[in-house]
Structures are given as structure tokens and as C-alpha cells.
Design a binder for this molecule. Structure first.
Ligand SMILES: NC(=O)c1ccc[n+]([C@@H]2O[C@H](COP(=O)([O-])OP(=O)(O)OC[C@H]3O[C@@H](n4cnc5c(N)ncnc54)[C@H](O)[C@@H]3O)[C@@H](O)[C@H]2O)c1
Length: 245
């Protein structure tokens, strides 16, 4: 079940944390994984680690907000069967409770650029090939911030994440008869280096812990599989029960 042998997956922002976990998970099911990151050294490291573990992976450094760079990179890869839009940026404000009216407009733009335009650019680059071959899987990594807002201080991030989600769902309808599915995973809170924030928020999560990259990887493996062919235009919460509507 969920055998991805013979498939090529492109995972954006896979140089660390959640994206690296997704890359490992897809490679573990037999896919060749192209590990993208803005930083080449991160992509190199994750691709090498997957290869050392017996998987198949190659690095590809490009900026998902640059449509020309994305198009060129995808042309170089050739066939992309599975795209995971994971690259994301909370912006310099991160989880700081900086309110919208105090934020620098440049930060609004960067949050929307990567979290929305990055998704659109990557989908655009792979879509013709997927539709021509009659098979494809698009998976966008969004956030509870995109579905529910959730935190104070992340309004532009929420706009970008909500935009990526809405775009993916609408695109799913356009390509549903071409053998291409498009779904979104709306993530709750994942492990962070700042344990004070983690522990404080973790207490409020019904499952009693923050998320792990493996939680997202398992959902990506399923959505990328042949078995999930009739699952499209959906948004699935990966959040330990934090948000149920
Ligand atoms: N960590 C969380 O709690 C959480 C919660 C909800 C959603 N998410 C989403 O999950 C995804 C992964 O989160 P994470 O915590 O692993 O992030 P992270 O910041 O640890 O890693 C993101 C990676 O993406 C790369 N990247 C950023 N901008 C890029 C660009 N323009 N082009 C290519 N690569 C780029 C970065 O270099 C980095 O290696 C993001 O989309 C994020 O919004 C995370």
C-alpha cells in the first residue's frame, strides 16, 4: 500500500524541519525526491542524508517566489509527479505578537509572496506535464493560521496561508478530470526551538503534544498515493485535535 516507486516528488523548502520530514517520508515509500530549498547547503544535506539511508534524492536550490527560476528548475528535473508546496515563511515577525498596524509593509509582502505566490509558481510549472500524463498530486502545506487566524501577530502570514489553501482547492476543480488531485494540509503547532512557546501551547492541544514532521509526512504519503485518487479539493487538519471545525 502507498507504494510511490517510479514517481518523482518535488518538495519545496525541504532543507529542514517539516519539509525534510516530508522528503524522507516520500523517499521511504520509493519515490525519487527532489529536495528544494532556498539554501543549497540545506537541500544538499537532506538529499545526502536520504541517499545514505538507501533512498533516492537530489538537491535543487531555487527561490519559489521567482517564477522564472521555478520554471527553469522544473524543466531541468523533467517529470514531476508529486509536488509538495511546503516552503513557507512566517516573516520576520514570526510568532511575535506584533499587530498588523505596527508591521512593515515589506513584511506583509514577503509573507504573501512565499506562502501564496510560491504555491502558484510551483503549481504552474508542473501542471502542464501532469495533465498531459494524466497523473499528478499537488499538496499544499498550509496552517491553522490560514483557516482560523489563530494567533495575534500573524495576519499577513494568515493571508498567505489562506490564499495558498483557497488557490489549491479551486485549482483542484480545474484539473480533477485530468487525473491530478490537489489537497491542502492545514497544520497546527509543531515543535519549535523556543520550548517556552511550545510547552505553553502544547498544553492546549487535545492530543497533548505538538506535531512532528512524521505526522505531516504520513499524510503526504497517503495523498500522493494511487489509493488517494478520489481525494481532491480537500483541506485536512493535522493538528492533534486543536481545531475541529
Ligand atoms: N512549524 C509550525 O508550527 C507550522 C505550523 C503551521 C504551518 N507550518 C507550515 O509548514 C511549512 C514548514 O514549516 P517549518 O516550521 O518546517 O519551516 P522552517 O522555516 O523550519 O523551514 C522552511 C524551509 O523553507 C525554506 N524556504 C523559505 N522560503 C523559501 C523560498 N522562497 N524558496 C525556497 N525555500 C524557501 C527555508 O530556507 C527553510 O529551510 C511552512 O509552510 C509553514 O508555514 C508550520
Amino acid at each position: 500500500m502507498f507504494d510511490l516507486s517510479g514517481r518523482t516528488a518535488l518538495v519545496t523548502g525541504a532543507g529542514q524541519n517539516i519539509g525534510a520530514g516530508i522528503a524522507r517520508g516520500l523517499a521511504g515509500q520509493g519515490a525519487h525526491v527532489v529536495v528544494n530549498d532556498y539554501f543549497l547547503e540545506r537541500a544538499d544535506e537532506v538529499a545526502a542524508e536520504i541517499s545514505r539511508a538507501g533512498g533516492s534524492a537530489s538537491p535543487a536550490a531555487f527561490d519559489v517566489t521567482d517564477l522564472d527560476a521555478v520554471t527553469e528548475a522544473v524543466a531541468g528535473i523533467g517529470v514531476v509527479d508529486i509536488l509538495v508546496n511546503n516552503a513557507g515563511l512566517a516573516g520576520p515577525t514570526g510568532l511575535k505578537a506584533e499587530q498588523f498596524r505596527d508591521m512593515d509593509p515589506a513584511d506583509w509582502r514577503s509573507a504573501v509572496d512565499v506562502n501564496l505566490y510560491g504555491v502558484m509558481n510551483c503549481c504552474h510549472a508542473v501542471l502542464d506535464g501532469m495533465c498531459e500524463r494524466g497523473w499528478g498530486r499537488l499538496i499544499t502545506i498550509s496552517s491553522a493560521a490560514g483557516t482560523h487566524g489563530v494567533n495575534i501577530g500573524v495576519a499577513p502570514y494568515s493571508a498567505g496561508k489562506g490564499g495558498g489553501l483557497a488557490f489549491t482547492r479551486s485549482l483542484a476543480l480545474e484539473v480533477a478530470r485530468s487525473g491530478v488531485t490537489a489537497n491542502t494540509l492545514a497544520l497546527g503547532l509543531f515543535e519549535r526551538k523556543n520550548h517556552q512557546i511550545t510547552e505553553q501551547f502544547a498544553r492546549a492541544i487535545p492530543a497533548g503534544r505538538t506535531g512532528w514532521p512524521e505526522d505531516v509526512a504520513a499524510a503526504c504519503v497517503w495523498l500522493a498515493s494511487e489509493e488517494a485518487a478520489w481525494v481532491t479539493a480537500q483541506t485536512i487538519g493535522i493538528n492533534g485535535g486543536s481545531l475541529t471545525s
